[in-house]
Design a protein around this ligand. Sequence first.
Ligand code: ACO
Length: 276
Amino acid sequence: MDKEYENIKIHTEDGITFVSLNRPDKRNAMSPALHYDMEDALIRLADDSETKVLVLTGEGEAWCAGQDLKLYFRETYNNPAERKRSNTASHHWRWEMLSRYSKPTIAMVNGYCFGGAFTQLCACDFAIAADDAVFGLSEVNWGIIPGGLVSWNLTDTMLPRHALYYAVTGEPFTGKRAEEIGLINFSVPKDQLRERTLELARKLTKLNPGVVRYTREAVKAVRRMGPVEARDYLGSKQDSLQKADKEIADRVGMKEFLDQKSYRPGLGPYERPKQD
Ligand code: ACO
């Protein structure tokens, strides 16, 4: 994508777009201007044909140090219009857009991840962190509760006891611990973070994008349904996938396994055949 932003950096290679929060001197704390940049970028990247997978990361030592206590909170106390505008943009890109994004998303957590940053962390489909990344629900130190959507994000992602423990104590924890409590998929040594993220991203670019999208949507949606609604929803979802995607409609995977004997899902990588 050609557009340049003041508070974020965007770089695409082989269908994988890295979006980096770019306020390293402020540990990528989220100012109102950063929220506006992210909202605009995510809208554009959703329609960018070069972007197949989106990786969200941060420049410098931090992934994101949460909301900017000065620019997002203090400086908008006496400006309700700006406060409302930035609050709306903040929620829009971090949750409404990211949690239902049209492309798979990976949080690549390179360093500090605090407070409000947990919302975009939980909104991304996958999360990989450096072993020594530092996570913290520091709100308790500022006399605030994990607000916006953070408390909800926590109990939705981690086991409730861990959510309560870290929210109430504000105790920081590492990438390794974040893996143990189910907040991220896995942590890796920092010097392997980019390569391991690329490995997952490349895997995603090779799968059928329609099935990946519908699976992401389905797994997220059924979580809040009872079994009767879930079964009904999944049946309809499969029907619409069948209609939306020629490869699925032609049951290519099944032909390869049963007729051509060219593909076994349980064994090794699979390059999708080119479509006409
Ligand atoms: N808001 C505003 N500025 C911030 C924030 C933030 N959330 N986090 C860091 N900064 C600024 C610092 O004020 C400092 O600015 P300065 O150079 O103008 O003095 C600069 O970033 C660097 O910060 P340091 O503290 O010097 O960096 P260090 O690497 O030693 O520590 C750390 C990094 C651990 C992230 C520390 O800055 C910190 O604890 N920040 C607060 C994080 C936090 O509690 N976030 C939650 C906010 S509340 C919410 O999101 C709802």
